[in-house]
Design a binder for this molecule. Structure first.
Ligand SMILES: [Zn+2]
Length: 166
């Protein structure tokens, strides 16, 4: 809980920043804090609550980072969770599924690849989710931010962030 979700002025998530940087932005009046962690930070002049989510006050040009499509990034986007049954796992335990199977022209990209557990992957086989009667929990999307440290541990984004994420 040492990281802060940064939104642009229109409430879209831009990135995740260290809380110290978020505090600085609050003090400089560059951002508005929308949610706080249950923790106070003492500065020279006052005691401030640690911001969990902040929003830029002005339209600040912010280049959206392009996120490279790869294994780790897909797992991070999907929170290491099978997008069919919801099982969580490590990178070793999980695999990928082509939502539209490759044999039907399904592409290997952000909008057709989802994290999948091995059993679901085998059950679904060479079928579409409709044919297999397996609903996707989240429609695959191109992310424009990922947790900074997209390793196994990551997924621990704060529940305070959730209302702002999707
Ligand atoms: Zn599964």
């Amino acid at each position: 809980m040492d990281r802060t979700l940064l939104l642009n002025s229109t409430y879209e998530p831009i990135t995740v920043i260290p809380w110290r940087k978020a505090m600085t932005l609050v003090v400089l009046d560059k951002v508005e804090a929308l949610a706080h962690y249950d923790r106070n930070i003492n500065t020279a002049r006052r005691s401030l609550r640690l911001p969990a989510v902040v929003r830029l006050n002005r339209r600040v040009p912010w280049r959206r980072p392009r996120i490279r499509f790869n294994r780790r990034a897909v797992f991070a986007r999907d929170n290491h969770t099978c997008q069919y049954c919801g099982a969580r796992g490590t990178s070793r335990e999980l695999t990928f599924d082509h939502v539209v199977p490759r044999s039907r022209g399904g592409q290997t990209n952000w909008t057709n690849i989802v994290t999948c557990c091995v059993p679901c992957n085998q059950i679904k086989g060479d079928r579409t989710p409709e044919e297999a009667d397996m609903a996707l929990r989240v429609k695959p999307f191109t992310p424009y931010w990922l947790p900074e440290n997209n390793s196994e541990r990551v997924a621990a984004t704060s529940e305070l962030w959730e209302p702002y994420l999707w």
